[in-house]
Design a protein around this ligand. Structure first.
Ligand SMILES: [Zn+2]
Ligand SMILES: [Zn+2]
Length: 650
C-alpha cells in the first residue's frame, strides 16, 4: 500500500497504481466528475496517471488556476484535432495555455485562415468535445517519435523533438489526433461545454522575423455555457474601459510615430492627473520618513556592469550612447537602484542613520519589441514611483510593515478593495541558487510573513518564486470587473549591497552590510494610470480628476456670471471650466457627461440673480440649486473625506 496525503491532512492508504481520479471517486462521484488535473508532490499530472509511491495529492478543478490551465491546454489539442479534420495537412508548432484561454501556432499551408472559418472550427471542436474522447498518454523512444513525424512530414514537431532527451518523450492522443506533448491533460474532451475562437494573429516561427510566419489561433473554452456568456460580457466591458480608448477620449495621453513607439506623450489633462497622483504619494512618503532624491536619465556603462544589470539586460536594452570623447559609454537608465546605491555610498553611514529611505519618481528606459508594446501598460520609457530603503537586517520587518501601510493607504484612497498579497520565498529544494546568508533569508522570509499576517492581509505563499537576491511581496489587485493586476512590489535585496560594497558602522564599531528594500506601490506611473482608468472606467475620484466641475451657462447672457463663479471656485482650489459655447444646454450636459466630469453647474436667470448654481452630478442627475459657496464647501468636504484616511490606521 502507498500513503496519499490530501491537503486537509487526511491520509489514504491505496494500492500502488491507483490513479488520482480513483482517489477522487473514493471521496465523491461529484468531485471525480470535476477533476481536471492532479497536483502530485507539487507537479501537475494527468488525473488518470497511476500513483506509484507515497505522495501528497491535491485534486484540481476549474476553480484552481492550474485546473483551468490544464483544461485550456487540453483545448489547444482539441483545436488542433478540429483543424486537422477540416484542413488535412495542416502542421502545428506549439499550443500553450495563456491567461485567458490558449493558442496554437499553425502552418495552414496554402489556406489563408480567416474570421469566416471560425464558426466551422468552433462547431467541429464542440462535436469532438461531445465524443468525450480520452487523452491517452504514451511514452515512447525518440526514434519512434521521430519516425512518426517523419512519416507525417512535420518539420515543426521534428524540430521540437531535436531538443528532447530520449526517455522523456510522451505522445498524447485524443480521437484521431496525436501530439507530441509533456502534458498534463484533463481526462477527456467532454469537459468542454462551450468554445470561442477569440483571435487570429500572425506569429513568426520561434518568434524569429527571418523565419516563416505561422497563424496563431487563440481560443477559450468553458465547462459551462453560461460561463462563456459571462466571459463575453466581461470582454465587452473591458473594451469599453480600454485605457487606450478612454485615454484618447479624455485627452490624457498620446502616442506619436514621429516621437517613437512606446514613448507616451502626456497631454495637459493627463499630466495634471499624473502630477496629482505623484503629489499624493510624495506627501504620504514625506510623512513616512522618505527623503527625495533626483538622479540622471543616463548612467555610465560601468555603473550597470557593477550592478549586474548590464550582464543580464545589456543585450536586450537600448544600445550604449557614445560621446565625442574617446571611450565614454553611457546607457539609458534601466533601473534607479544603482544610482541610489551610489547616493547611499556618498558619505559614511552609521547604524544611527538607518533606515535611509531614498525616494525618486525616476524615469527609466527599457527596450521592448514593437509587438510587445501596449498602450501605457507596456512602454519603452516610464516613470517608477521608486524608493530604496537601506536598513539593518533587524529593521526589515518594521520597514516592510511600513511599506504595507503605505500600499494599503493608496489602495483605500483609490478604491482598490479586492487584493491579495503574494509572498515569494526560496525554493526549499534548491537552496544553493540564492545569494545572502541563510540566517538573513530566514529572518526576512519570516518577517514578511509575520508582518503580512499582523496587517491582516490575505496572503498566498509561492515557494521558489523569490528572486535569487531576496524574497518579495507583491500585491495582486482585482479591478472593478474582476481582472487581476500586479500592483505594489516590495523586494528584499542582499545582492546590490554586496556588489556596491555598501557599509555602515554598527554599534560595535565594526563594518556591516545593510539590507536593501526596493519598493514601488504604483509600479510605474504609466501602468498605474492605465489600470486606474480601466478600474474606474475613466470616472476618476473627485480629488484626482482633472476637471471637477463644468459650468454650463444656458445662454451667452450668463457667461459673465459663469466666469465670476469660476473665479470663486478657483479661489477654493476647485478645478472648474466654463463651457461658454453658444450651444443648447442639453448638448453641453451630454458632452460633460461623456467627458465624465463629476459635477455640472447649470446657470441661468435665477442662478445669476441669486448667486446660486443648479447642481447636476455625474450618474446621479439633478441635485437642486445651491449657493455657490455651499457648492464649493461640498466639493472640499468630499475631497477631504476621500483623502482623510490616516496613514497609520490602515
Ligand atoms: Zn498537451
Ligand atoms: Zn530598485
Amino acid at each position: 500500500m502507498i500513503a496519499i496525503t490530501l491537503p486537509d491532512g487526511t491520509v489514504k492508504q491505496v494500492e500502488p497504481g491507483t490513479t488520482s481520479l480513483d482517489v477522487a471517486t473514493s471521496i465523491s462521484e461529484g468531485l471525480a466528475r470535476n477533476v481536471l488535473a492532479a497536483e502530485v508532490n507539487g507537479d501537475v499530472w494527468d488525473p488518470q496517471r497511476p500513483l506509484t509511491q507515497d505522495a501528497s495529492l491535491k485534486l484540481l478543478t476549474w476553480n484552481d488556476d492550474a485546473g483551468k490551465s490544464t483544461m485550456w491546454h487540453s483545448s489547444a489539442h482539441l483545436l488542433a484535432e478540429a483543424l486537422e479534420a477540416l484542413y488535412p495537412g495542416v502542421k502545428f508548432w506549439v499550443g500553450p495555455p495563456v491567461e485567458n484561454g490558449f493558442y496554437y501556432d499553425v502552418d495552414f499551408g496554402e489556406h489563408s485562415f480567416s474570421d469566416k472559418d471560425i464558426p466551422a472550427v468552433e462547431q467541429k471542436m464542440m462535436e469532438l468535445a461531445k465524443a468525450k474522447n480520452p487523452y491517452l498518454r504514451r511514452e515512447l523512444s525518440k526514434a519512434e517519435a521521430v519516425a512518426y513525424f517523419e512519416e507525417k512530414g512535420d518539420e515543426y514537431k521534428l524540430d521540437l523533438l531535436e531538443g528532447l532527451e530520449d526517455g522523456t518523450i510522451t505522445f498524447y492522443t485524443q480521437g484521431a489526433f496525436t501530439d507530441l506533448c509533456r502534458g498534463p491533460h484533463m481526462p477527456h474532451t467532454g469537459f468542454v461545454k462551450a468554445v470561442k475562437i477569440t483571435a487570429i494573429a500572425g506569429a513568426y516561427w520561434k518568434g524569429d522575423e527571418t523565419k516563416k510566419q505561422l497563424t496563431r489561433v487563440y481560443g477559450i473554452t468553458f465547462p459551462k455555457k453560461s460561463e462563456l456568456a459571462e466571459y463575453l460580457e466581461l470582454v465587452e466591458q473591458a473594451k469599453a474601459r480600454d485605457h487606450r480608448k478612454l485615454g484618447k477620449e479624455l485627452d490624457l495621453f498620446h502616442f506619436s510615430e514621429k516621437v517613437g513607439q512606446g514613448l507616451p506623450l502626456w497631454l495637459p489633462k493627463g499630466a495634471d492627473l499624473r502630477m496629482r497622483l505623484e503629489t499624493f504619494l510624495k506627501e504620504a512618503q514625506r510623512k513616512s520618513g522618505y527623503e527625495p532624491v533626483i538622479t540622471p536619465h543616463i548612467g555610465n556603462k560601468e555603473l550597470y556592469i557593477t550592478s549586474g544589470h548590464y550582464a543580464k539586460y545589456g543585450e536586450d536594452s537600448f544600445q550604449p550612447i557614445h560621446t565625442p570623447a574617446e571611450g565614454e559609454e553611457y546607457l539609458l537608465k534601466p533601473m534607479n537602484c544603482p544610482h541610489h546605491c551610489e547616493i547611499f555610498k556618498a558619505r559614511p553611514r552609521s547604524y544611527r542613520d538607518l533606515p535611509v529611505r531614498l525616494a525618486e519618481f525616476g524615469t527609466v528606459y527599457r527596450y521592448e519589441q514593437s509587438g510587445e508594446l501596449h498602450g501605457l501598460t507596456r512602454v519603452r520609457g516610464f516613470t517608477q514611483d521608486d524608493a530604496h530603503i537601506f536598513c539593518t537586517p533587524d529593521q526589515v520587518k518594521e520597514e516592510v510593515g511600513k511599506v504595507i501601510d503605505l500600499v494599503l493607504y493608496i489602495f483605500k484612497t483609490l478604491d482598490f478593495q479586492n487584493f491579495v498579497a503574494q509572498v515569494s520565498l526560496r525554493d526549499p529544494e534548491n537552496p544553493g541558487k540564492y545569494i545572502g546568508s541563510d540566517e538573513n533569508w530566514d529572518k526576512a522570509e519570516r518577517a514578511i510573513q509575520e508582518v503580512a499576517e499582523e496587517k491582516g492581509l490575505e496572503t498566498v505563499v509561492e515557494l521558489g518564486e523569490a528572486a535569487f537576491y531576496g524574497p518579495k511581496l507583491d500585491f495582486m489587485v482585482r479591478d472593478a470587473i474582476g481582472r487581476r493586476w500586479q500592483l505594489g512590489t516590495v523586494q528584499i535585496d542582499y545582492n546590490l549591497p554586496e556588489r556596491f560594497e555598501l557599509e555602515y558602522v554598527g554599534a560595535d564599531n565594526g563594518k556591516h552590510r545593510p539590507v536593501m528594500i526596493h519598493r514601488a506601490p504604483f509600479g510605474s506611473m504609466e501602468r498605474f494610470v492605465a489600470i486606474l482608468i480601466e478600474h474606474c472606467a475613466g470616472k476618476f475620484p473627485l480629488w484626482l480628476t482633472p476637471e471637477q466641475a463644468r459650468i454650463l451657462p444656458i445662454s451667452d447672457r450668463f457667461n459673465e456670471y459663469a466666469d465670476k463663479l469660476s473665479k470663486v471656485l478657483e479661489n477654493s482650489d476647485i478645478r472648474a471650466l466654463v463651457d461658454s459655447r453658444s450651444e443648447k444646454v442639453g448638448k453641453k450636459i451630454r458632452e460633460a457627461e461623456l467627458d465624465k466630469v463629476p459635477y455640472m453647474l447649470i446657470v441661468g436667470e435665477n442662478e445669476a440673480a441669486e448667486g446660486t448654481v443648479s447642481v447636476r452630478k455625474q450618474g446621479e442627475g439633478d441635485l437642486g440649486s445651491e449657493r455657490m459657496e455651499a457648492f464649493a464647501e461640498r466639493v472640499k468636504r468630499e475631497v477631504a473625506a476621500m483623502l482623510s484616511t490616516d496613514l497609520s490606521s490602515t
